[in-house]
Design a protein around this ligand. Structure first.
Ligand code: NAI
Ligand code: 15L
Length: 265
């Protein structure tokens, strides 16, 4: 027996959406997929609802009849404020309003390390650290985390906000040796975030068991997440690449290159 009857996955056409489309199938009878881009054909146990997160009515309708939401949809890298506003800021409001109206009790929100990206590389921070967004994109994730806290305090909707590090097939540089989250660990962290009891609003760093980590997940221990992978097999090759100067913001701060993008006017 699967733990959920129907889950909603937004951002289903994206890189991580494709990963979770596969792994979430084991935990739900029906997986409702949503994105503004094409998601291909629905399998027998899938439903497809194309939707722009900037559209309130469309986004609110996504939550009807679902047990829980995994929210990945949105602009996923740095852009101008105007480009981020509809998908990420209005979008998460529309999503939580849908959850409230339709009685959905649990959201898993794909936040990002860029909500805290102006902390120094090498500093160890936990989930109570000061928000230090490194970009308009990071600001939208900080806003999303605050939205999650508000909807828990006001309406009792629980959220796990996952500050994802770098979730790709492999780390591409030395920063990602620290920030990398394997797809296997991502899938397990999302499973834990959906099923752990009494999460309130929990903030957790989405990171594999990498050496010399910057992120302390002790305050999210109740999720039961135990990463299985680490980035060591790529260390020698990534350390052999040409390295940034120690005074480059991309080398100084946890958010890497996002800390020096823009301005956009
Ligand atoms: P992605 O860009 O591949 O996927 C995002 C999806 O959101 C895309 O399919 C896109 O079409 C959709 N989207 C964008 N604007 C939309 C709108 N207005 N309405 C509906 N859908 C819209 O990004 P990826 O890597 O799959 O990331 C998924 C989530 O995880 C994002 O929220 C991202 O910010 C977050 N994240 C990802 C990290 C990573 O390393 N991959 C790291 C930190 C956070
Ligand atoms: C993110 O938030 C982005 O979505 C992803 O594309 C990477 O840039 C990642 O952070 C990272 O910091 O490596």
């Amino acid at each position: 027996m699967k733990p959920f009857k129907k889950l909603l996955l937004t951002g289903a056409a994206g890189g991580l959406g494709k990963v979770l489309r596969q792994s979430l199938a084991a935990h739900t009878e029906i997986l409702r997929l949503s994105d503004v881009s094409s998601m291909g054909a629905a399998a027998a146990s899938e439903e497809i609802m194309t939707c722009d997160l900037g559209n309130k009515a469309q986004t609110m309708a996504l939550s009807a009849g679902v047990d829980a939401i995994v929210h990945l949809g949105g602009v996923a890298t740095e852009h101008s404020f105007e480009q981020i506003l509809d998908a990420n800021i209005r979008g998460i409001f529309h999503l939580y309003e849908g959850a409230r109206v339709h009685g959905v009790k649990r959201v898993v929100f794909a936040s990002s390390n860029h909500a805290i990206g102006f902390h120094k590389q090498g500093a160890v921070i936990d989930s109570d650290c000061l928000l230090r967004p490194d970009s308009y994109y990071g600001l939208s994730k900080a806003y999303g985390e605050n939205m999650a806290q508000f909807y828990f305090d006001r309406y009792g909707i629980e959220t796990v906000s996952i500050r994802i590090g770098s979730s790709f097939p492999e780390p591409v540089d030395t920063r990602m040796l620290v920030t990398w989250l394997s797809f296997r660990d991502l899938s397990e962290l999302v499973r834990c975030s959906l099923t752990a009891p009494n999460v309130g609003h929990t903030i957790v760093y989405g990171v594999s068991d990498n050496k010399n980590g910057w992120w302390d997940n002790s305050k999210a221990a109740h999720l039961g997440f135990k990463p299985q992978d680490n980035s060591e097999q790529w260390r020698a090759s990534r350390e052999a690449m040409p390295q940034l100067s120690s005074t480059d913001p991309a080398k100084m701060y946890q958010g890497g290159g996002f800390t020096k993008m823009g301005p956009f006017n």
